[in-house]
Design a protein around this ligand. Structure first.
Ligand SMILES: [Zn+2]
Length: 268
C-alpha cells in the first residue's frame, strides 16, 4: 500500500502538473476511440502498451478477456459493450489476449477448478467454445503449445461472442465498426494481430498500408479488421492463402499456425 500512496503523490506532482489542459478537457466528458478488451492480468497495461493517454481507451478487463454471449450473463461486460458502442459511438474494438494467460491455463484443466475456484469455473464456461475447439482439433501438442493455441483461439471465440450483441451486429452491418484480435507477448512486449486473410497472428506493422489514418483512428493506418465472414471457407485444408504461415512470427511455429487455421476451419 505504501507503494500506491507514494505513486499517488508522484502522479499529482509529475503527471497532473504537466497535463492540466488534458484533465480539464476530460472533465467535460470522454470521447475514447477504441474499446479495449483484455485480461485482468497484472502484466498488461493497455495504455502503456499502446502508448495512449487518459481518455483514449474505454477498457473492459476480466479473467481471460471474455465477453459472454448476449443474454448469457448479467455482468458488466454486456452493459459496457453497449455503452461503448451506442453512447460513446466507438467504432473500433480490440480483443487482446496475452501469452501465459492463467485463465486459459485454467480452461485447459477445468476439472481442477471446479472445487477450488467455482466462480472461475463458472466464468470460463463463456470460453467453452475455445476449450472444445482446442480439445477436438489440436491433438499431439504439448501443454505449452496447447496453451498458446487456446490463447489464440480464445481471442477469436470472444470476437464471435461480441458479434452476438445486437448493437455490434447492427454497426458491423452498417460498416461502422471494426473488430481486431490481438495477442500481447509478455516476454517481449510485442503485439501480434490476427489477420483474417492468412488466419495467422502477425506483427501489426506488416499490416499497415499506405492509407492515411483517420484522425479518430488510434489504430495506425488500416489494419485488416475481422469482418464477416470471420471464418471464410477455403477449398482445401492445406490451402495457405498468400503462403504466409511459413513466415509467421517465431511465437507460433508454422505447424501451430497451420493448426490454428485448420482449427478455425471447423467453425461454421
Ligand atoms: Zn490472462
Amino acid at each position: 500500500m505504501r507503494k500506491l500512496i507514494t505513486g499517488l503523490r508522484e502522479f499529482r506532482t509529475h503527471y497532473v502538473s504537466s497535463h492540466r489542459d488534458l484533465l480539464k478537457h476530460l472533465a467535460h466528458g470522454q470521447d475514447p476511440r477504441v474499446l479495449f478488451i483484455t485480461c485482468s492480468d497484472s502484466r498488461i497495461s493497455p495504455n502503456l502498451l499502446t502508448q495512449t493517454d487518459l481518455g483514449d481507451l474505454f477498457v473492459i478487463r476480466n479473467a481471460g478477456n471474455i465477453i459472454p454471449p448476449y443474454g448469457a450473463a448479467n455482468g458488466g461486460e454486456g452493459a459496457s459493450v453497449e455503452y461503448a458502442i451506442h453512447a460513446l459511438e466507438i467504432e473500433q474494438i480490440v480483443v487482446c489476449g496475452h501469452s501465459h494467460c492463467g485463465a486459459m491455463k485454467g480452461l485447459l484443466q477445468l476439472g481442477k477448478l471446479e472445487e477450488e475456484m467455482p466462480l472461475v469455473y463458472d466464468w470460463l464456461h463463456h470460453a467453452e467454445a475455445t476449450r472444445r475447439l482446442v480439445q477436438e482439433n489440436y491433438n499431439g501438442y504439448d501443454k505449452e503449445e496447447l496453451l498458446e493455441i487456446a490463447i489464440a483461439e480464445n481471442v477469436l471465440t470472444q470476437i464471435d461472442n461480441l458479434k452476438t450483441y445486437p448493437v455490434v451486429r447492427s454497426r458491423l452491418y452498417q460498416g461502422k465498426l471494426k473488430i481486431y484480435g490481438w495477442i500481447y507477448l509478455i516476454e517481449t512486449g510485442e503485439v501480434l494481430a490476427y489477420d483474417p486473410t492468412t488466419h495467422a497472428y502477425v506483427p501489426p506493422d506488416n499490416q499497415v498500408s499506405d492509407l492515411p489514418g483517420k484522425s479518430r483512428d488510434l489504430i495506425a493506418g488500416e489494419l485488416p479488421s475481422i469482418e464477416e465472414p470471420l471464418y471464410p471457407t477455403y477449398g482445401g485444408v492445406t490451402d495457405t492463402p498468400n503462403g504466409s504461415y511459413g513466415t509467421g512470427p517465431a511465437w507460433l511455429s508454422p505447424e501451430q499456425l497451420d493448426r490454428i487455421y485448420r482449427g478455425s476451419k471447423v467453425k461454421p
